[in-house]
Each structure stands twice: as C-alpha cells, then as structure tokens.
Design a protein around this ligand. Structure first.
Ligand SMILES: *Cc1c(COP(=O)(O)O)cnc(C)c1O
Length: 387
C-alpha cells in the first residue's frame, strides 16, 4: 500500500535522538528550548512553547486567550476534530464558518455574514480558529481586520502549514494573529513522533502557555510571588497540565527542521506533477491563491460527480483495492455524533459537506517516488474511466 503520508527519518535524525538518550536529560533539558528557538527563528515569531501535541497546544492557547464557559469559539467544519474540541475543553460553545469553494479554507464572505448576524444577536465569538487546510495559508490580513472590527482573538491552526508562506510572510509569524499552532505528528510536515508547538509575539500569552504546559508551576524568580524563596521553592500559580515535550522528541524535531525547506520544495514539485498529470480527469484540483506558497501537507482532489458514473465511495474503494492509500480530509466535524448531540445537523455548512462527499487525498510525502506517483495517477485514471 502506498500511504497518503509518511515520515522521513534519516540516520542524522537517529543519531540526534541517540545523543539525547546518552545525555543527562531526556526531558526538561536543553533540547526543548533549543528546538523552540529554532522554530521561532524560522517562522519569525518571538516566542515558542513546545508541547506533546498540537491538540495540547490548541488547548493551552485557548486558555491563555481567556476562553471560558460564557464564550464562543468558531472554526471550520473542514478540519480535524481537535480544532473544535479545544473550545469544548474550555467549556465554550463551538460554532462553524463554512469553507470557500475554491481554497477549501474558511470563507471570508461567510465569516463576514456570520459576524454581522452574531453582532445583532449578541453572540460574537471570543476566539476564531482558521485552519490552513492542506498547507495553504488562510487570508490572515483580512481576518485580522475583522478581528479588530468585531473584537475577537485569532488562533491559527497551522498543523498542516509549517514552512508555508503568504506574500513572503511565514505562516507562524503571528503578524496578523495572536497565536499559531503547529503539529509534529508523523503525517505532518516535520515530526517529533507526537508533538506540537504554539507560537506568539505576545510576552504575556507566552508566559501563560509555558505555565499551563507544566501544571501552572514556575520556579522563575521573576514570576514568583514570594520574595527571598528557599532553594526548593516553586509556586503553582494556575491550574495547568503536564503537556511537556521530551528532549528526545525535541532533538528529532530540531534535526527534522533542518530539512524543512527541502521538504516544502519536494512536496510542491510532487504537487505540480499531480496537477499536470490529472488535469484532463473529471476532478477539481487544488487552487493555491497567488502570493501563497502551500506547504502541501495534503494533496486533495474533488470528484466532479456529474461527470463520473461511480460514487465517491466506489472510487475510494477502487483506489484502496489497487494499493493506493487514499484518505478523506475531512468528514465535516459538525456531523460527528458528538457535535450532532450538541445540535448540529446536515445542511448547515453546504460547502464543507459537499467537500466531504467529493474529496480524496492522494499520497504525498517527501519520500514518494515518481514511479509510485505514476502508479497513483494510473490507478486514478482507471478508477474514473468507468469499469
Ligand atoms: C493533526 C491536526 C491536529 C492535531 O494534531 P496532534 O498533534 O495530532 O494533536 C489539529 N488540527 C489539525 C488541522 C490537524 O491536522
């Protein structure tokens, strides 16, 4: 089976991990801040807080932004459930903004419409979570203007998009947002096994997220309330968690980061090859907005169903039976049983629902050979040809 995504681990990565295993610290040592500083420098953000997953990063980001029971968080339905769940962890109401039919990211017209309505109803969101779907940057400048007009905070879920940029501005710089989150799960652009990171330019948000990551505890004499503390002394200043990343993971991430540019170049080259090979098939291909460089975490196509004699499921199953590990990104989050129980129903977000009925994710990862990519194209041609 050719998988839809796969990590790339080199001997240099393995050596970096082994070096930490032989050192004094396998957690809470120097590898974590070194990795944080390297990612912050790469994406031009002031602060980075490494954690054990992007899900944890989203959680502490929401808490640092003050999201609570009386509040609302909005995201898109075309995402992984974690983008919405972080709001629920804080007791907030979650709601969704439909996606754009071209970029498959959050629709700006739908967002504007929903904000106007919410202002009339007194139900504006506290936190908006745009998702850089498949690695394509969202329109953060426009979202920032709306954030100022309507008074909400912006938390970018860039789990797909480390290494992407928009008009030369790296995703993660937080120039137009409060916090940006990356994931280092093995299918993502770079990996730490499990892991995530929250980036921000705001000193106070960075301090709060660092506290929340580690039980709300600090030993930093600048932050302690006690004066002249004893050598054993620490303070728990808020209710936090153990969301720490280990030094073993950070060493792997640091080593992977040195290949980020090569990964993005390779992913874009493979995407370009798909674009050329698939242009005559009854498919909608990904549209990358001008000024955007996608990280191409995923290569997603949509079936033009009026031109095909098979269902979405049949095409999907044909490809799987040919050894092509296609996937679906995403089943709309609001139609998950958990969210239906909260009152969401079919028909609320038609574009995201249509996406979920037409989208197929094709294999794309740095180690995908052109030979294997040709097999994917051939299998797709056959699957769409009728029999
Ligand atoms: C993978 C992913 C997450 C969660 O990442 P983890 O590191 O696995 O917690 C969140 N949001 C999106 C959009 C993702 O793709």
């Amino acid at each position: 089976m050719i998988p839809y995504g796969k990590q790339d681990i080199t001997e240099v990565d393995i050596d970096a991990v082994v070096e930490v295993l032989r050192s004094d610290f396998i957690t809470q040592g120097p590898a974590v801040p070194r990795f944080e500083q390297a990612v912050a420098a790469r994406v031009q953000a002031k602060h980075a807080v490494a954690v054990n997953s992007a899900t944890s990063a989203l959680h502490i980001a929401c808490l640092a932004l003050g999201l609570g029971r009386e509040d609302r968080l909005w995201t898109v339905p075309n995402t992984f459930v974690a983008s919405a769940n972080c709001g629920r962890y804080c007791g907030a109401d979650v709601d969704f903004v439909d996606i754009d039919p071209l970029t498959w990211n959050m629709s700006l017209p739908r967002l504007r419409e929903k904000l106007r309505q919410a202002r009339r109803d007194g139900r504006l969101p506290k936190v908006l979570v745009p998702v850089h779907f498949a690695g394509q940057p969202t329109e953060q400048e426009e979202i920032r203007e709306l954030a100022e007009e309507y008074g909400f905070r912006v938390l970018e879920d860039a789990s797909h998009a480390i290494g992407a940029d928009r008009n030369g501005e790296p995703v993660g710089s937080c120039r137009w947002s409060d916090i940006t989150v990356f994931s280092f799960h093995p299918v993502k652009i770079i990996t730490t096994g499990e892991g995530g990171m929250a980036l921000t330019n705001d000193d106070d948000l960075a301090r709060r997220m660092a506290l929340l990551r580690t039980h709300g505890i600090t030993r930093d004499t600048d932050l302690l309330q006690a004066s002249a503390p004893a050598p054993w002394y620490y303070e728990q200043q808020m209710l936090g968690f153990n969301y720490r990343m280990t030094d073993i993971q950070a060493a792997l991430g640091f080593s992977q980061l040195t290949r980020l540019d090569a990964y993005i170049t390779r992913r874009n080259a493979l995407a370009e090859r798909y674009n050329e090979s698939l242009q005559d098939l009854p498919l909608e291909l990904p549209t990358v907005l001008s000024g955007n460089r996608s990280a191409y975490h995923l290569y997603v196509v949509r079936l033009k169903q009026d031109m095909i004699n098979k269902t979405h499921r049949q095409v999907f199953e044909d490809l799987r039976s040919q050894g092509i590990g296609v996937n679906l990104h995403y089943m709309p989050v609001h139609l998950q049983p958990y969210y239906r129980k909260l009152g969401f129903t079919e028909g609320s977000y038609p574009e995201a629902e249509r996406h979920g009925q037409e989208a197929i994710t094709l294999p794309l990862y740095p180690g995908l050979t052109e030979h294997d990519q040709n097999l994917v194209v051939k299998a797709l041609q056959e699957a769409l040809s009728g029999e």
